[in-house]
Design a protein around this ligand. Structure first.
Ligand code: TXA
Ligand code: MG
Length: 313
């Protein structure tokens, strides 16, 4: 029997709203992974100080193959452990429709097929990928019962589907297969032993400081080719302008606006896509107007400072 609230949950997701989703690991705060505004609403609800990339959930491996490029070894891991508590980080496919905000501007994407019947029902009925970070406010413990989600994020979710207590109660294990190596990025519900029994020894992602992978680390993020200039009040002719708010200086070669009405959540939704759009070969510099530090503005400014600093190394 499917859940009586399933189709309401699907309707909410299609409308760009958020749904509490049970999985076998922890409850997730789910949103349409291809909708920038919905993904921004997830970050806003969680109060994340930074845009950590989110895990994208799909109902089957075939759907995962549309979003990411799976090496032979990644395919073996998927075959052995999906549905289940394993997240695979792989390169994004060309034309991957997932929001750039969901992957925090990265060329890689974290994907998993959750091993919970209600999560799979929801994914199949929705018919597309869902982002779902653990449904707690940033810095708080992950929820393992629908009640926990209602308590901490009930105001943000239209519906919290009740799938009972999470069988595993610990987040998924994250393994990166972005190159020839296989690296454990986050220990979790699937043991290293189980993985190594299948494919042999794997590396620990965090032990290789020359190739940082953890979210928020500079090099793993998309850095524009063009230098980024912050707090711009005026523009030069060769520059691209990323404006914020109803008034902006004229004369840039390209002008984009994060949010004409000055809404930081709308700005977050557009940030990564606009940085890419502004980074054209004929642009000498990307000038960015100030964005307030309120709400998601803190995470936006963190990301912009990283983009501006990226060329100093
Ligand atoms: O068990 C789980 O995985 C739960 C349930 C709800 O599915 N979800 C979850 O999602 O823990 P989330 O979004 O909180 O996990 C995000 C983490 C990031 O902080 C980062 O460590 C890793 O996944 N991640 C996501 N995309 C990545 C990428 N492209 N490269 C490296 N790490 C990535
Ligand atoms: Mg979490």
């Amino acid at each position: 029997m499917s859940d009586p609230h399933l189709m309401d949950a699907v309707a909410a997701l299609r409308a760009g709203r958020l749904v509490g989703m049970p999985t076998e690991t922890v409850y997730g705060l789910a949103a349409n992974a291809c909708n920038d505004e919905a993904v921004a609403a997830v970050f806003a609800a969680k109060g994340r100080p930074q845009f950590n990339p989110l895990i994208v959930h799909v109902s089957c491996t075939e759907d995962a193959l549309l979003l990411g490029r799976f090496s032979e070894i990644a395919r073996r891991l998927a075959r052995a452990f999906w549905p289940g508590p394993l997240t695979l980080v792989v390169p994004r496919t060309q034309g991957c429709p997932v929001s750039w905000l969901a992957t925090a501007g990265l060329e890689s994407i974290a994907i998993r097929v959750p091993g919970h019947p209600l999560a799979l029902d929801l994914l199949r009925a929705f018919g597309g990928p869902l982002v779902a970070p653990s449904a707690n406010r940033s810095g708080h413990v992950s929820p393992t019962m629908a009640q926990h989600v209602r308590e901490s994020l009930g105001h943000a979710a239209d519906i919290v589907l009740d799938g009972g207590s999470c069988r595993i109660g610990l987040e998924s294990t994250i393994v990166a297969c972005t190159d020839e190596r296989v690296r454990l990025l986050r220990p979790g519900g699937l043991t290293r032993d189980a993985i190594e029994a299948l494919i042999g020894p794997i590396e620990s992602g965090k032990s290789d400081p020359s190739r940082p992978e953890a979210p928020g680390q500079l090099k793993s993020h998309y850095a524009p080719r063009a230098p980024v200039r912050l707090n711009a009040a005026e523009v030069a002719p060769g520059e691209a302008l990323i404006a914020f708010g109803p008034h902006w200086p004229h004369g840039a070669a390209l002008t984009f606006n994060l949010s004409e009405k000055g809404d930081v959540t709308e700005a977050a939704a557009k940030l990564f896509a606009l940085l890419r759009a502004a980074d054209q070969p004929f642009i000498s510099e990307i000038a960015v107007m100030p964005v307030p530090e309120t709400g998601l503005g803190e995470a936006i400014n963190d990301r912009l400072r990283r983009a501006a600093a990226a060329r100093e190394d």
